[in-house]
Design a binder for this molecule. Sequence first.
Ligand SMILES: NC(=O)c1ccc[n+]([C@@H]2O[C@H](COP(=O)([O-])OP(=O)(O)OC[C@H]3O[C@@H](n4cnc5c(N)ncnc54)[C@H](O)[C@@H]3O)[C@@H](O)[C@H]2O)c1
Length: 431
Amino acid sequence: MSSSEREPIAVIGTGYVGLVTAVGFAELGSDVWCVDVDAEKIDRLRRGEIPIYEPGLDELVARNSSRLHFSTELAPALEHARLLFVAVGTPPTHSGDADLSAVHAVVGSMPRPDGHALVMKSTVPCGTGANIRRIFNESGKSGFSYVSCPEFLKEGSAVGDFMHPDRVVVGGEGDWAEEAVVRLYEPLDAPLVRTDIASAEMIKLAANAFLATKISFINEIANVCEALGADVVEVARGMGLDDRIGPKFLQAGIGYGGSCFTKDVSALKLLAGNSGYHFQLLNAVIEVNELQKRRVVSKLKRHLGALAGKRIALLGLAFKPNTDDMRGASSLVLAARLQAEGAHVRAYDPIAEDQARTLMPQLDYADCADGAIADADAVILVTEWREFIELEWEQVARAMRGTLVIDGRNALDGTAVRAAGLTYEGIGRRR
Ligand SMILES: NC(=O)c1ccc[n+]([C@@H]2O[C@H](COP(=O)([O-])OP(=O)(O)OC[C@H]3O[C@@H](n4cnc5c(N)ncnc54)[C@H](O)[C@@H]3O)[C@@H](O)[C@H]2O)c1
């Protein structure tokens, strides 16, 4: 490889993180060998289809198709690449710890010959790298290098996040592999945090736990605002202008969701607990978030009385806009609670319906926002997709049976909703 050539890489696991990482590095000039155990996914990728919804990803895949190679086999990846990025899932187990079975399946499948490195993109508990090093050493694979390179992309803006990261974190053993990963990221010109493996692992968990804490904090402020007549949007604006606080992640709503926050906060809490430390703050963060999803039900009851037989429209189901990801979505808890109260729930999501159907097959799905709203006693904005923000509220008012609009993301123009003769209720907003 000449110095001007880009290092070829492999990416194991082609989900949200793996595919974006693969395509991002291909865009920067690397040949990328992608491996996944999901044969159907690999078939689709080979045909140029994108199995996930992520804005901008299809164009990038098309533009770099000659550099992207997809297989269910590890062998071509091992043959062509030294750096094997691991981006397999690490979902929660029943105990709330991170399930590392996919990570260990990858580790176990590594062959004996040296000269490769595992570069961990999956979010793993602090200490995982050290365990994998031990496994390699004890199984005659000490020639394998290991680098922790946690991922911070956000679904919905993942391509931009890959190309313009706030920072790149590389934790290594000070060897060729660490150096090679640093070089791969160089063209992005991002601030680099070069550190040891355990600290890199901890940076990822701590960052997600802190963001979740910020959300639960503002949600508690919102709940106090409701009791005292203040408006959380005004409060957050005033707080966020403080340089030390910043405006991001201060949007009150019906709780955080997604695959990452939910599982990573729980994993960090348990990781601390398993090592003898009781992480009190995270207990509260998790509990506040769980209760926040359910507060909407009390709001509905305050306006509508008992919910049995009431028709409730859910606008949006994905855990946030611009993704089809339903993992940990607040809509799952909310819909289940409403159904348990005997309400008739009709939902619409512009992108996430297929994923939602597999998790909530019993829900009534509309094929457009109007269909969900028709004859509803109450409408709840669950995911702030643009098309919901741009709804014509006079039209909504004519289509509904009742008048209640609950803005679960504080994203609607309350004045416009009220002007249409509807009752607007946000989260922590002044009425
Ligand atoms: N999704 C995000 O926004 C995000 C952001 C940062 C970090 N992460 C972390 O990145 C990791 C991956 O997350 P994701 O959302 O991309 O998951 P995902 O479920 O979308 O993708 C995981 C992929 O790995 C494949 N896989 C599982 N076992 C495999 C094996 N043994 N060999 C090859 N492929 C295998 C699966 O088939 C799947 O395609 C997780 O640890 C997650 O916490 C996710």
